[in-house]
Every structure is written in structure tokens, then in C-alpha cells.
Design a protein around this ligand. Structure first.
Ligand code: DGJ
Length: 727
């Protein structure tokens, strides 16, 4: 049993492989006692600690009870004395905002419940998983909260969410409802998070927690390029392989907040959930509200283990579908090859060329529908542009099929161009506020997916194309953030529900599509990585990592993304040199080595390649085909940090530890520097490995101990090693 209720001391103890998470009921309150290295099962009451000197913070029950402002609480509420960041804030029918939750009951089940309408981690038969459900209630307002904790014992994962129910006879408003809150008895942490922007996503920031709040958030109606919905708390000395680290990830694609506060007694409180700056929800009598899921993990052994916990759970118990555990088809995307400038003849030529160089799937990106010769029209009109493709999608499909190449297609379903038939027919289907200007971004507006008829239209128009059977892959793009948010069909007191309702609409639309078209590989995209989040991964197992396809830039982007997200989720392509975004000239092999870590493809015009380059594509596509399954399911080790050094290095070790694919790239010229050697991790020390390209043999001890020399001096040069165990 990994979830235990110790009746004698009213303690809930959740034990995973490496951690213990501990709560206690005391004087009616649900207290948080401990989260950290695994401990034995016994009475842990001594861990409860109240300073008792919060001079200005009132005590409960007429001065005899707790100082709520001072104690570790499991799901803190606003209104009764805890002045720190709350998890829950309710507006009562009388307009006051107080809720005071007391313990009512618990239940332990041996499954992982799904979250209705929301993406979430799931369990499969045979998983060691248990769920603890604790019900809290405010007896005065009759609002209850069910806290869900599912423990994946073997992978050190704890998922959490809350269900808020109105058992009263009047409506209330939820002002704030976090998915998880955790109190720590000290604030001696570094906070690690991602920051960035379009084409520069997921840089890493590491900063000591100070007094006051540290907030990573998005109010953009998307998880965004700017911050990512996760937060890591690390002991100050923690590095890749040592030290305690805690992770909080939200399974959500819209606006979010992740906050840590250093409080008055040098304690810390972390919360993660919907962004309450824009969120609100009216809860009528008898109704429930489900928060998105938060996925928590703990590593006693540094960041690498934390990332590995997330990679495993997201890859195998969040992603779904037939591509979950296998390498993805080697694709060639038309975007950087032709942008909007293609027609049937050009695509056919590209397709024919693809067949000779090992490509398995040709993706027609933006520009195949409406009259879209540039980005200022036609979104919403998902009808083939017969000027460009006179024989329709089928014309291309019929050309590719005998060549053994599948066809993929780009959509941006959530958008509408003002210059489109859809907009002319339904000007009110976009997100807007009546009588206010509608701000365009990239000449487009966002369809209001909080309106069911809009979702139905989108399902029908996409399904119309997908059901032809011609399409094997869909790239699902989303190229602006939300403004003028409203839904004129909802009453004024429900306007703060719109962005969350939008995501409920989007999730239900995607669920219908992935269910009805299970053989299609869906790839999420938002100008690259503007919605690289766990919510999207539930529907689409890979994401176009960034619109920056420069291999050297990608080193940093992919490194930052790997903190939380698996390599198989990162779509990575070999693009043309000089690169279209940065003008960097980079050797082909370097571009390949960097792209090989992710879901692999090419983003260039194959008809313009020299014979040597074509041979290089054929050779490298072959390497991905041979090792792709091992890469998808392998363990990723970050060996050098391109955010801090003038190089990057990593290795991916297959599940059986029999194969290790390692890459090294110099990001800056290095003349007459010290000898460089790269030490592998995760290998069988006493095995002997043969390096594929050189034929040299090394023991696991050698590769992990001394390492392998990396004698590069010139900028953007790289080394790729594939070590295979000698049988
Ligand atoms: C943004 C995407 O990230 C690109 O890859 C491409 O699909 C363009 N949109 C097309 O408009």
C-alpha cells in the first residue's frame, strides 16, 4: 500500500519509490506535514510546527485554536486568517469572500480517475497507482472541496486536482481555485523556470527564492512562449545529479499561474493553477467545478531524475495514441521549403525527390486553402485552393501513394481571418466584445471556442478533409494570443469564465478528432512553442518546438524544454543553411545531430539540394529510422549546458541500456583550450560498447568515468557517437 491512513494519529501518508508526502487532520484542519525523502510509516505528529508568535494574525476559535497564518495548510483558503497566498477564494451570495474548509472524510481507491473534459495523466492496467480523495467542507456556506491525490509509486509522480462543489441553495463565485498548494517549512530554495519569446522559447532562469512572491504566469489565453506552466524548486546546491528538487507542472494550455512566496517566518508556499487574474466561475447549487491537474514530483538526486520522472509519465501516461511508444515518420515540411509559394507541380516534384532520400511523409504547411498567398486571409475556409491544387489534396495524395510517402497537412483551426468567407458569414464567431474594436494579430482573430456551435463547425470542416483517408498527419497551429475576451451569449457574471470555457471547448474538439481519427499523427504548434504544455500533449504527442529551426539556437531551446517535457514530444527538423531565422551557416551533420534528439524531420526544399546533400539526407534519415524507437523511449541525460557553456552535450540511453546516442556541439570557437571529454551517464558500467562510426570499443566504466574525447575547435562543429553494447 502506497497510500496509508494512520487512524491513531489521523495522518495520510503517501509513499512513492523516493518520497513521502504527509498530511494530518488536527482540530478539524487538514495540515501539510512533510514532503521529501521517503520515511517510514509511523506517527509523525512531531513534525507539525506552529511558531505561535504571529502577533497580528488572529487565532482561531476565540484565541484557543491555530494561528492559521502560521501553520502549514494543505488547501489554504482566503478569509479566516491565513494571510498568505490562498489556494481557494470564494465570493459568497452576500458578496463576502470567506471560506473556511474543515476535514470531513476520505476515500482511497486503486485507480486513477479521469478529469471530465480536461486532459490528465492516466493509469494503465498493472500500474502501481492509488488515489486518495479527501473531502473538506465549509459547513456555514455548504461548499465542499474534494482534493484528489493520485500516487504513481514507481515513477515518483503525484497528481493533484480539486473539485469544488456547491451544496448550498444559492449561487457562489469561485474567484481562485488552485490545482495544488504545498507549504514548505523553509524558503531555502532556488526557483527554476522557463522564460522566452517567439523563436527564443524556454530559456532557463534560476534564482534564489526571496521574501515576497515569485510568479510565473500567463494571461495571454495560452500557456505561451513567455513562461511555461511549471516551476521547479531546488535546494541551492542541487545540480543535474545531486540535491533535492521538487517539480510542479500544470496540465493546461491556457492562462495559468505558478507562484512561490517566501513568507514572514521564512517558510514558503507554492501554488499552481488557473490564473485568477482573469478567471472566475459561477457555481450554481448542485454544480461542481474541476480544476486542471497538477503533476508533482520529487527527486533526491538532482534535476536529471526530476526530468526523467516527468519524461516517463508524460510520454507513457499522458500522451496517447498509436505513435506514443514508437518513432515518428521521417517527415519533410513544406514551410521553410516554399512558404506560401507552392502548387501541385512543385509539391509533386518535392514528393518525387522525397522518395529518393528516405522521407516517409510530406507535410503541406500553410497556404493550401482559401486564396491564401500570404498570411492576411482565408483562415477558417478549410477548402482547397484549386488555383494551387487543381486536383485537390487527392491529387498530391495519389502522386505520393505509389512512392510510399504519406501526406500531412497544416490547419490553424482556432483562427479566422477577417478576410474569409467564414468571417463574412459569422462575424460573431470570433472572440470579441460588442462595440469595441477587434485587435488583429497576424491579420487574424480567434474563433470563440466557448461557443459550442463554433466547435461543431470546426469538427465538421476538419473531419470533411480527414475522412477522405488521404491525411496521415495534422499540424495544428495557433498564432496569436487573446484580446478583447468575452462571449456575448453569456451573462455579465460569467464573462470571467470565457477563457477557461474556450479551453474546455478546444479540449472537447480535439478529443473528438483524435478519437475519430486514431491513425492520424497530430502535432501541436503555436508559432513553434507558444503552447508547448502538458495539456496539448494529451491530444497530440509532439509539438513543433520553435519557429527557430537554427540548430545552434535549438540547443538552448531543446535543453530548456527538456527540463519537463520528453524528447519524443519535441519536433526537431534539419533546416536549410544559412538558416532562415538567424543566417547561421551550420554544417549538415550538426543540424542532423541536434534534430536527432527529437521527433525528426526536414524543413527544406529537397529539390534544391546537391547530390552530396541528398545523400546526407538519405543517410541521416536512415539513422533516425534505425534508432528512433530507442530515442523515443530512451532516457535523456543533459551533459553540458549551452545556456552556461560554449558547447552542448547530451546522451540518450535506450531502456535496456544497450544503446547510447550522444551528441556534442561547439557553439563558439575554442582555440587552444583544455582538452574536452564528455562523460556519459546511465550506461552499464561493466558492459563493452562499440562505437558505430569508428568501430572502437569502450567499457561502460571508461565512457562514464574518463568519457570520450571531444577535440573540437571550430564553431558549430559537432560530434555524434552511437555506442552499442557488444553482445
Ligand atoms: C507558424 C508555425 O510555427 C510555422 O511552422 C508555420 O506553420 C507557420 N505558422 C505557417 O503560417
Amino acid at each position: 500500500m502506497s497510500v496509508i491512513y494512520n487512524k491513531d494519529c489521523a495522518q495520510f501518508q503517501l509513499n512513492s519509490r523516493s518520497f513521502t508526502y504527509l498530511m494530518q487532520v488536527k482540530d478539524g484542519y487538514l495540515l501539510h506535514l512533510y514532503w521529501g525523502e521517503k520515511i517510514d510509516n509511523r506517527d509523525h505528529s512531531y513534525m507539525f510546527w506552529e511558531q505561535g508568535r504571529a502577533a497580528f494574525s488572529p487565532r482561531q476559535e476565540n484565541c484557543g485554536g491555530f494561528i492559521l497564518d502560521d501553520i502549514p495548510l494543505e488547501y489554504p483558503c482566503w478569509g479566516r486568517g491565513d494571510m498568505r497566498t490562498p489556494a481557494l477564494e470564494i465570493i459568497n451570495p452576500d458578496g463576502t469572500n470567506i471560506i473556511d474548509l474543515h476535514y470531513e472524510s476520505y476515500e482511497i481507491i486503486d485507480t486513477k480517475p479521469s478529469l471530465e473534459g480536461l486532459p490528465a495523466v492516466y493509469a494503465e492496467q498493472g500500474d502501481k497507482v492509488q488515489t486518495l480523495i479527501i473531502t473538506l467542507r465549509d459547513k456555514i456556506s455548504d461548499i465542499s472541496v474534494m482534493l484528489y491525490y493520485t500516487l504513481f509509486e514507481e515513477t515518483d509522480i503525484l497528481t493533484r486536482h480539486a473539485v469544488i462543489k456547491n451544496d448550498s441553495k444559492q449561487s457562489v463565485f469561485i474567484n481562485r481555485a488552485m490545482s495544488a498548494a504545498v507549504d514548505f517549512d523553509h524558503k531555502n530554495f532556488d526557483i527554476i523556470s522557463n522564460f522566452g519569446t517567439h523563436v527564443r522559447e524556454r530559456n532557463i532562469e534560476r534564482a534564489p527564492l526571496k521574501y515576497g512572491k515569485y510568479t510565473m504566469s500567463s494571461r495571454r489565453g495560452a500557456s505561451s512562449h513567455v513562461h511555461n506552466p511549471f516551476l521547479i524548486m531546488a535546494s541551492p546546491t542541487a545540480d543535474e545529479v545531486s540535491g533535492e528538487v521538487y517539480g510542479f507542472v500544470l496540465v493546461y494550455s491556457g492562462s495559468f499561474t505558478a507562484e512561490v512566496a517566501g513568507n514572514q517566518f521564512s517558510s514558503a508556499r507554492t501554488v499552481i493553477g488557473l490564473n485568477s487574474e482573469e478567471f472566475g466561475w459561477k457555481l450554481n447549487p448542485g454544480e461542481s467545478f474541476i480544476t486542471p491537474e497538477a503533476v508533482l514530483t520529487y527527486s533526491p538526486a538532482g534535476l536529471e531524475r526530476l526530468s526523467d520522472n516527468y519524461h516517463k509519465i508524460f510520454r507513457t501516461r499522458l500522451c496517447r495514441g498509436k505513435y506514443r511508444d514508437i518513432r515518428r515518420p521521417v517527415l519533410l515540411n513544406s514551410w521553410e521549403a516554399c512558404y506560401f509559394g507552392f502548387d501541385e507541380e512543385r509539391l509533386k516534384k518535392i514528393g518525387t525527390c522525397c522518395a529518393d532520400i528516405g522521407i516517409e511523409l510530406l507535410v503541406i504547411d500553410d497556404g493550401w486553402f482559401g486564396v491564401r498567398d500570404t498570411d492576411n486571409c482565408s483562415l477558417g475556409d478549410w477548402v482547397v485552393d484549386k488555383r494551387k491544387l487543381p486536383n485537390g489534396i487527392e491529387g498530391i495524395y495519389n502522386h505520393l501513394k505509389p512512392l510510399g510517402i504519406d501526406l500531412g497537412i497544416w490547419f490553424e483551426p482556432e483562427m479566422v481571418s477577417p478576410n474569409s468567407d467564414l468571417y463574412r458569414a459569422h462575424p460573431d464567431w470570433c472572440i470579441h466584445i460588442p462595440n469595441r474594436p477587434r485587435s488583429e494579430g497576424r491579420y487574424q482573430l480567434i474563433l470563440n471556442l466557448s461557443k459550442p456551435e463554433v466547435c461543431d463547425y470546426l469538427y465538421a470542416s476538419l473531419a470533411e478533409i480527414l475522412k477522405t483517408g488521404a491525411i496521415a498527419y495534422v499540424k495544428w497551429d495557433f498564432n496569436r494570443n487573446m484580446t478583447e475576451v468575452g462571449n456575448e451569449l453569456l451573462p455579465p457574471d460569467r464573462q470571467r469564465e470565457v477563457t477557461h470555457r474556450y479551453y474546455l471547448g478546444l479540449y472537447s474538439l480535439m478529443e473528438r478528432l483524435v478519437t475519430d481519427f486514431p491513425d492520424i499523427l497530430f502535432e501541436s504548434c503555436s508559432g513553434g512553442g507558444g503552447r508547448f504544455d502538458a495539456g496539448m500533449l494529451y491530444y497530440m504527442p509532439q509539438v513543433w518546438t520553435s519557429d527557430n529551426s537554427d540548430a545552434i539556437e535549438r540547443l538552448r531551446i531543446q535543453y530548456g524544454t527538456s527540463l519537463v517535457y520528453p524528447m519524443s514530444a519535441m519536433s526537431a527538423h534539419v533546416s536549410a543553411s544559412p538558416n532562415h531565422q538567424t543566417d547561421h551557416t551550420t554544417p549538415f551533420d550538426t543540424r542532423f545531430t541536434v534534430a536527432l534528439t527529437g521527433s525528426f524531420g526536414y524543413e527544406l526544399d529537397p529539390t534544391s539540394l546537391s547530390e552530396d546533400e541528398k545523400a546526407a539526407v538519405l543517410r541521416t534519415a536512415g539513422i533516425y529510422k534505425e534508432y528512433g524507437d530507442r530515442i523515443v523511449n530512451g532516457t535523456y541525460h543533459r551533459l553540458r549546458n549551452p545556456h552556461e557553456e560554449n558547447c552542448a552535450a547530451w546522451c540518450i540511453v535506450s531502456e535496456d541500456k544497450g544503446t547510447c546516442i550522444a551528441g556534442y556541439v561547439l557553439t563558439h570557437v575554442r582555440l587552444y583550450e583544455n582538452n574536452e571529454r564528455i562523460r556519459m551517464r546511465g550506461l552499464k558500467k561493466d558492459a563493452v560498447y562499440v562505437e558505430k562510426f569508428s568501430g572502437r570499443e569502450y567499457s561502460g566504466y571508461q565512457l562514464c568515468g574518463y568519457g570520450i574525447p571531444a577535440p573540437l575547435t571550430l564553431e558549430y562543429r559537432s560530434l555524434l557517437w552511437i555506442f552499442e553494447e557488444k553482445k
